[in-house]
Design a protein. Structure first.
Lengths: 117, 112
């Protein structure tokens, strides 16, 4: 149980275009989803917290107008990278929380590798 | 602010040897601590978590970790390394509000 999927697994796009990444919780309802970015050989950095039916909360330094997050249902959140540039090339990973007892556990998707040319 | 420090960006062991990956945390309140594993080009998989119950936590794939408040540590161990254990390991602390703060990661290399 507690499977999270992402689509696409990798994408190559031209500079200036927009890219949408989907994150789905397959076998549970996730009230909260998180979006992370991971640069090569670095740790995961939280970009934003997404709650179903409300606006996402962005971490300091993350441009909300560039990284649009929509959490329309309890099983789907999307991240749209608008007007992508080469510096946005990264590994984007989502996670969804599944409450087990008193602690929320985050389950991670397989990630989406974005390359902007 | 809560944080974790992972000592050693790379750890090399021989197959069958003890695995020890170090994690120290900084927290002003009792922390929730996690270990995740990441295989190449994949997301993270939860190995184990500490939630203020038993200080010795057993996880999947034979891994375990011990919470030591006096040392502010949460080191990950496995008695006998397997080739399939080669991966990147991340320690994380939860500062509340469901967030996770990750360490910089430790790459485990297992040689035959």
């Amino acid at each position: 149980g507690a499977v999270v999927s992402q689509h696409p697994s990798w994408v190559i796009c031209k500079s200036g275009t927009s890219v949408k990444i989907e994150c789905r919780s397959l076998d549970f309802q996730a009230t909260t989803m998180f979006w992370y970015r991971q640069f090569p050989k670095q740790s995961l950095m939280l970009m934003a917290t997404s709650n179903e039916g409300s606006k996402a909360t962005y971490e300091q330094g993350v441009e909300k107008d560039k990284f649009l997050i929509n959490h329309a249902s309890l099983t789907l959140s999307t991240l749209t990278v608008t007007s992508a540039h080469p510096e946005d090339s990264s590994f984007y990973i989502c996670s969804a929380t599944n409450r087990q007892g008193a602690v929320e556990t985050q389950y991670f998707g397989p990630g989406t590798r974005l390359l902007v040319l | 602010a809560q944080s974790v420090t992972q000592l050693g960006s790379h750890v090399s062991v021989s197959e069958g040897a003890l695995v020890l990956l170090r994690c120290n945390y900084s927290s002003s309140v009792p922390p929730y601590l996690f270990w995740y594993v990441q295989y190449p080009n994949q997301g993270l998989q939860l190995l184990l978590k500490y939630t203020s119950a038993a200080t010795l936590v057993k996880g999947i794939n034979g891994f375990e970790a011990e919470f030591k408040k006096s040392e502010t540590s949460f080191h990950l161990t496995k008695p006998s390394a397997h080739m399939s254990d080669a991966a990147e390991y991340f320690c994380a602390v939860s500062p509340g509000f469901q967030k996770l703060v990750f360490g910089t990661g430790t790459r485990l290399l297992v040689s035959p």
